[in-house]
Design a protein around this ligand. Structure first.
Ligand SMILES: Nc1ncnc2c1ncn2[C@@H]1O[C@H](COP(=O)(O)OP(=O)(O)OP(=O)(O)O)[C@@H](O)[C@H]1O
Ligand SMILES: [Mg+2]
Length: 332
């Protein structure tokens, strides 16, 4: 059964086409990820689905209800965690959950139980009566997930659920999300610009760039499209001219294709067989008197899929982004 159905959805802000004729469906119980760089249109699309923004054209049905015709019905069926933290920091965790539950009309005896249950689920029992301003970013995010679940929604929407969190906390949040699906059959729609989040957490992923879906499928099917191995060689050479020459020399050796210099002085190659290619790469680079700092190879990731489709690295977008993350995860 499809619980999210989107057809030709478009959103324009003046000259900006934030969401461009997007169509897809999400099945009940699926963890579906929208992966894309800054400004790709992820939040805009999510905001349309959760009925806080109206589309310019196209249709969207969530839990069987048209978002334009039955926004209140949709809201009953969904839980939402927005990109920016929206907790009241002066209140305790319990108070935040309580207010939200009452707004959703959960009766008080039921709500009391539900808060206990959920604070156990997100492992914040000890903190639940502490003011939110004393929480870490990860604890706030967990509390927001609990808050979104307070009225037992069928579909959970998460906008960048682990943005700016440390790796350990991120894995923790992934575990909660997987458990929600496993134990309660909840459908999860999330946006992310983290490759590993899309790959490790999502059953299906839509890769979005400039408002358009450029590829969609199971992560393993998307990466399988690149029938190659990826070799990374980090050198201590920053001179662009020399790097250009190195690439040319490597290209002349036949096996190298799709190379690219990433910002951290890493040369990246798509090769048929990494074990054969690496000695040859060493040999060629030796002629350029550069020092090789690190060599690694891997199967293609979603990052490579994105790079192949757009010619850009998702990571290249992240400059300027760190500041943005820091700003709103900063404790007040
Ligand atoms: N209210 C608005 N008014 C005008 N332009 C907007 C508005 N909201 C978003 N945009 C523009 O629409 C595009 C998509 O923005 P959106 O926030 O949906 O991207 P995103 O993929 O969520 O990015 P991020 O990773 O930064 O959260 C951007 O070009 C953005 O500047
Ligand atoms: Mg966003």
């Amino acid at each position: 059964m499809d619980v999210i159905e989107i057809e030709g959805l478009t959103k324009r802000f003046g000259d900006v086409l934030a969401v461009d004729n997007v169509s897809f469906k999400v099945k009940k119980g699926e963890i579906f990820g929208f992966l894309g760089p800054n400004g790709a249109g992820k939040t805009t699309l999510l905001n349309i689905l959760v009925t806080v923004l109206k589309p310019t054209s196209g249709t969207a049905r969530v839990a069987g209800y048209d978002v334009l015709k039955y926004p209140l019905k949709v809201r009953e069926k969904i839980g939402v965690v927005f990109q920016d933290i929206t907790l009241d920091r002066e209140l305790t965790g319990r108070e935040n959950l309580w207010i939200h539950g009452r707004v959703y009309g959960v009766n008080t005896s039921r709500l009391k139980k539900r808060i206990d249950e959920l604070s156990r689920f997100i492992e914040l029992e000890k903190w639940i009566d502490v003011q939110v301003k004393k929480y870490s970013g990860g604890m706030m995010r967990r509390l927001e997930i609990a808050r979104a679940l307070i009225h037992n929604p069928e579909i959970l929407f998460l906008d960048e659920p682990t943005l700016g969190l440390d790796p350990q906390t991120r894995v923790h949040v992934w575990d909660y999300i997987k458990r929600l699906r496993r134990e309660h059959g909840i459908t999860v729609f999330l946006t992310t610009h983290y490759m590993d989040e899309a790959e490790k957490l999502c059953d299906r992923v839509a890769i979005i760039d400039h408002g358009k879906i450029i590829s969609m499928g199971k992560p393993e099917d998307l990466t399988r499209q690149i029938d190659r191995e990826i070799v990374y060689v980090r050198v201590d050479e920053a001179d662009g001219f020399k790097v250009e020459k190195m690439f040319k020399a490597l290209g002349e050796n036949g096996f190298v294709e799709g190379f690219r210099m990433l910002e951290d002085k890493t040369l990246r190659f798509l090769v048929d067989d990494a074990s054969k290619a690496i000695p040859k790469i060493f040999e060629v680079l030796q002629g350029f008197k550069v020092r090789i700092r690190e060599v690694k190879y891997s199967k293609p990731t979603l990052e490579d899929v994105f790079l192949q489709l757009t010619g850009k690295s998702l990571r290249e977008y992240e400059a300027g982004f760190v500041e943005h993350v820091r700003l709103y995860h900063r404790r007040r």
